[in-house]
Design a protein around this ligand. Structure first.
Ligand SMILES: [Zn+2]
Length: 294
């Protein structure tokens, strides 16, 4: 009986939360994110990811929010995801996913650099990443970067290196007028709570009244499934389950990178770089299932 009550409550909570997500097309405090005072300011946003499918699995709420508001979204994918030898296929799949996400194909750049290959234990040089990203910023007049935070949602060392590459760039060019926002990694309970995480995400964003944390609700959650389905080579049962259960399908919490924190982070970059390989092995062994999913 108790089991039935708990199960019933969880289903109720799930559907109430889903209802909230569907009814919340406008996000509290979103004005701070893309508006300059009360005026609309069209932003040139660069989404920096590590692999084809990162955009669909993790960043769809952000992309949908930005495109629905008329902002210009560019995607820089730093590898073709060739860990399983499917790089060429995955590259095409990313272009198809971007069509579903309403990001023009000419605004999607996918690199296949010999020193930036997909894989666990493959450490990406932060200076090289910073240089590549800086070039993209200059070429496309970017004024906002969105990327992973230091944990990288799944803990993949390529995701983490992308974060440190962006951090290094920001540290080295402190005078530039570029905003950097990081996708906040949540604990495993929140990560697999689907739409239920909306309550806590909104509450945490409200605590940051200065607008340095934003909760962006997916204006069309179905698009996460449609976009991810374009990645046919990756669209296996456990990723379908992931997209259904993941809170990243329904919302993204973004945190604004602060200069002071970046200076402290870059001060420990060398230590973190050497740690990355060891960390990767640790995650592979201890949370193998979680890692396989993502
Ligand atoms: Zn990835």
């Amino acid at each position: 009986m108790a089991f039935l009550v708990i199960t019933g409550f969880l289903f109720f909570l799930w559907f109430i939360s889903l209802f909230k997500v569907l009814l919340l097309p406008r996000i509290p405090f979103a004005k701070h994110f893309t508006h300059n005072g009360r005026a609309f300011r069209k932003r040139n946003v660069l989404l920096v990811i590590a692999h084809p499918d990162d955009e669909s699995m993790f960043f769809t709420p952000t992309i949908n929010f930005l495109t629905s508001k008329g902002h210009n979204v560019q995607i820089l994918c730093l590898s073709i995801g060739d860990a399983d030898g499917k790089g060429k296929i995955r590259k095409q799949e990313l272009f198809q996913a971007c069509v579903a996400l309403k990001v023009p194909m000419q605004q999607v750049k996918i690199l296949n650099h010999p020193d930036l290959q997909d894989g666990f234990g493959k450490v990406w040089n932060h200076s090289l990443l910073a240089k590549i990203i800086e070039k993209e910023i200059t070429n496309c007049c970017i004024d906002m970067i969105i990327t992973f935070d230091k944990y990288g949602v799944s803990g993949h060392c390529n995701h983490r290196d992308v974060h440190y590459g962006v951090t290094k760039l920001l540290h080295d060019t402190l005078q530039r007028d570029i905003e950097v926002w990081e996708l906040v990694s949540t604990n495993i309970l929140r990560k697999y709570s689907g739409p239920v995480d909306i309550w806590l995400s909104i509450f945490l964003a409200m605590l940051h009244s200065n607008g340095t944390m934003q909760c962006l609700v997916n204006v069309d959650s179905r698009r996460s499934f449609i976009a991810m389905a374009q990645h046919s080579s990756q669209w296996v049962w456990f990723r379908k389950l992931f997209v259904a259960l993941s809170s990243y399908t329904y919302m993204n919490t973004l945190r604004k990178a602060e200069i002071q924190r970046i200076i402290q982070t870059v001060g420990t970059l060398d230590k973190k770089t050497s740690y990355c390989g060891g960390y990767g092995m640790c995650v592979l062994i201890v949370t193998h299932y979680n890692y396989t999913l993502l």
